[in-house]
Design a protein around this ligand. Structure first.
Ligand SMILES: Cc1ncc(COP(=O)(O)O)c(C=O)c1O
Length: 445
């Protein structure tokens, strides 16, 4: 790999080992469809939708045109005390897609902001109902909800929390991890059936410990994405919904990864037939091209928050929260074009269909390779888990580097290597990705 002709001194890379980066630089300078061009002119296949974002593939003209047109019409407008037409239109489209009574969209700019926004809504909602004492949050081990203090506190990936312990929210607990590496090491599109009831602990230990009446919300990803594509047991999310209902606890689905088609349905909520009280989204909503995130809240939450202010003066704000760029017109124009493109090209159905091809390829080619201890596939995503070497995470990282050198971008996550390509992926791309991954696994066995 050649070295770029620009300085690499000043950019501190996020979630990346920085010290050796300049020795093996991975710099992307252009993209089209399924491929990147690197700084040294190589083509690299985007096997991870660029962090689960680029569902419709790169450089899609309808999205780019919408952005350009928006820049020439209304570049930016204040988000507070006024708004813009594109924010209303995007919110309409998102609410129309969302299941049940999820109808009110609070925009932000990222998944991390969506997590913190949803936790703040939960506190404000309970207070509006006269239950301000509900201030305990429950997340799940290995859950990921971004890097804000709220999301990090309910998140359950140890490395993301370790250094920041003293600043985590105080009243937080975590559900058990949803994976059994022995009984459910290999999951091929189906929902794993557990003999044991994983949520018994919530009912019998966690809720009694805090007293259920103090719990504001439970937040989970329908499928745990960032940790390495961990699939919930059959019936798990339905039962979680029932427990929340029984105790007046809000259920938040973090669908930053599962939202907008990854499982072949609009949302994970549709896939599992469970409607949460809030649904967080980001990433694919703009095909990743412009930052946009949000929380879709139920009518019940919104109505309660408004009613609590029925007696307040007209100028009183009901929820003291928002970002300068909430509902940015350019981001919302990108979202409108993206959602239309998803519909025009029936891309969610395509994700479901290509997911089966990906699942078949991963299971048939990766299972049985040296060091492989699991393969989990669902929707258009899959993870292969390798046995750890003496240094945690090193084998998956080496496999990632090797795949990149061979022209395929994959994602290391702990001891997993994840594939989650754009929904426009073709069978030949899947064959290439899985071949390259298999060879890299053999090389690093
Ligand atoms: C489920 C989930 N929530 C939140 C986030 C954080 O999103 P962002 O990086 O946009 O802040 C992510 C990012 O991968 C995610 O997967």
């Amino acid at each position: 790999m050649g070295h770029p002709d620009f300085s690499m001194e000043h950019h501190w890379l996020p979630f990346t080992p920085n010290r050796g980066f300049a020795q093996t630089p991975r710099v992307l300078v252009a993209a089209e469809g399924m491929h990147f061009t690197t700084h040294d002119g190589r083509q690299v296949l985007d096997g991870i939708s660029s962090l689960w974002c680029v569902a419709a593939g790169h450089k899609r003209q309808p999205i780019n045109e919408a952005i350009k047109q928006q820049l020439d019409t209304l570049d930016y407008a204040t988000a507070f005390q006024a708004s813009n037409d594109k924010a209303f239109q995007a919110a309409d489209m998102i609410a129309a897609m969302a299941p049940g009574d999820l109808n009110k969209v609070l925009f932000c700019n990222s998944g991390s902001e969506a997590a913190d926004t949803s936790l703040k809504v939960a506190l404000a909602y309970h207070r509006a109902r006269g239950e301000g004492h509900r201030n305990v949050f429950i997340g799940r081990e290995r859950g990921y909800h971004g890097v804000g203090f709220g999301g990090m506190s309910v998140g359950g990936i140890p490395a993301n929390r370790k250094v920041f312990g003293s600043a985590l929210l105080p009243r937080v607990d975590h559900l058990r991890f949803i994976h059994d590496p022995v009984k459910h090491a290999y999951i091929h599109g189906q929902e794993p059936v557990w003999q044991e009831d994983l949520l018994l602990e919530l009912e019998q230990r966690i809720l009694p410990l805090h007293d259920a009446s103090n719990v504001a919300a439970i937040i989970v990803e329908p499928v745990a994405g960032s940790a390495g594509w961990y699939i919930p047991p059959q019936g798990y999310l339905k039962r979680l919904r029932e427990i929340c209902d029984k105790h007046g606890i809000l259920l938040i689905f973090d669908e930053v990864i599962t939202g907008f088609g990854r499982l072949g349905t609009g949302f994970g909520a549709d896939f599992y037939g469970v409607v949460p009280d809030m649904l967080n989204f980001a990433k694919c909503v703009t095909n990743g091209v412009i930052p946009l995130g949000g929380v879709i809240c139920s009518d019940r939450i919104y109505t309660q928050m408004m009613q609590a202010h029925a007696g307040s003066p007209e100028h009183a704000i009901e929820f003291f929260h928002g970002y300068t760029y909430s509902g940015h017109p350019v981001a919302c124009a990108a979202a409108i074009a993206t959602l239309k493109l998803f519909e025009d090209e029936q891309l969610f159905a395509r994700a479901g269909q290509m997911g089966r091809v990906l699942g078949d390829a991963m299971h048939s080619q990766l299972r049985g390779l040296p060091t492989v201890v699991g393969v989990r596939t669902l929707g258009l995503a899959g993870a292969v888990e390798v046995a750890p070497s003496s240094l945690p995470g090193k084998r998956a990282y080496d496999i990632f580097l090797e795949c990149f050198a061979q022209g395929v971008l994959v994602r290391p996550a702990g001891e997993n290597v994840v594939l989650c390509p754009p929904y426009i992926v073709q069978e030949t791309h899947i064959a290439q990705m899985v071949d390259v991954l298999a060879a890299a696994i053999r090389k690093h066995a």
